[in-house]
Design a protein around this ligand. Structure first.
Ligand SMILES: O=P(O)(O)OC[C@H]1O[C@](O)(COP(=O)(O)O)[C@@H](O)[C@@H]1O
Ligand SMILES: [Mg+2]
Ligand SMILES: [Mg+2]
Length: 298
């Protein structure tokens, strides 16, 4: 049996420094990304690797993050939902970014996010390679949630890029109260539809769905509950991308004491595939995810 090489204490220390720098870059970029949205709520000219037409704001955020994260000494690879290829930026940790999550919310001026995944491996990486994840939520306030070192922290980010922790050791509330399910209802598979009807009929649960995964996931992290972008009849792999959306959101929710699933197993165990491959995403309180997996297994 091959023995895994353990990182030296110097490597660990330098990874810690790099992760702190990466989170700092993302927090400080957030107000600039936000300020750059007006005037960029129009479609860009080229499709992205997922075959979607990005908005100019997606490209703007991607270019800013690529330049700033790529400039960090400890970052070796940068990839984003908006680029076909991985960018080689030297040697060190790999970062994956969804520069703007929920871009279709730009026009109606609703919630958006930025998602970050940090892997200690070349891209595409496996869930087990993840060393930190975070998201920025551009809501009424700009907040950043980080999952790092086994703990989830919520920060408020000010307009000048300064940020301060407002909640430490964030965990999912024990009594869930919100749910949000994406995808067209006629395309849901029957066992999922039956599960949803059950959740809906629980008098303690109410619908919260806004069309940006990060906005919807943050409701679950705040109030407890479940978010899903499920397998669909025409798209069994769903819509969301493993490296940019599935792994980081799974990592954050699991670090906060919740569970993640692709319908059968933790999102963190989803096989790594191509850089832009997709997975169904189910995240939330343990009991709700367990019931969901049982329903899909029937
Ligand atoms: O509007 P749809 O097709 O239901 O999709 C909504 C989902 O797609 C996404 O917008 C995909 O992310 P991007 O905006 O980064 O492409 C999720 O945030 C959201 O959960
Ligand atoms: Mg997204
Ligand atoms: Mg996006």
């Amino acid at each position: 049996m091959a023995t895994e090489e353990k990182p030296t204490s110097t490597e660990t220390a330098s990874n810690e420094t790099t992760i702190t720098q990466i989170l700092d870059v993302v927090a400080r970029a957030a107000p600039e990304i936000r300020a750059g949205l007006p005037g960029r709520r129009i479609y860009a000219e080229q499709n992205n690797p997922s075959g979607e037409t990005p908005m100019e704001a997606d490209i703007y955020a991607d270019e800013m993050l690529c330049e700033r994260l790529g400039d960090l000494d400890g970052v070796g690879e940068y990839a984003s939902e908006e680029r076909q290829e991985v960018i080689d930026t030297g040697s060190g940790l790999s970062v994956c970014v969804d520069p703007l999550d929920g871009s279709s919310n730009l026009k109606p001026n609703n919630t958006l996010g930025t998602i970050l995944a940090v892997y200690d491996a070349p891209l595409p990486a496996a869930g087990s390679d993840m060393v930190a994840a975070a998201y920025v939520l551009y809501g009424a306030t700009t907040t950043m949630i980080t999952a790092y070192d086994d703990t989830v922290t919520e920060y408020v980010v000010q307009d000048d890029g300064e940020y301060e922790a407002v909640r430490e050791d964030v965990t999912l509330p024990e009594d869930p109260s919100v749910y949000g399910f994406g995808g067209r209802v006629p395309e849901w598979i029957d066992p999922f539809t039956e599960y949803v009807r059950e959740v809906e009929s629980d008098p303690s649960m109410k619908l919260r769905y806004g069309g940006s995964m990060i906005g919807d996931v943050n409701q679950v992290l705040t109030y407890g509950g479940i978010f899903a972008y499920p397998t669909l009849t025409d798209h069994p792999e769903g819509k969301l991308r493993v490296q940019f959306e599935g792994y980081p959101v799974g990592y954050i929710l699991e670090t906060a004491g919740g569970r993640s699933s692709d319908g059968e197993q933790s999102l963190m165990d989803v096989e790594k595939d191509g850089l832009h491959s997709r997975t169904p995403v189910y995240v939330g309180n343990e009991e709700l995810i367990e019931r969901l997996e049982a329903a899909l297994d029937d």
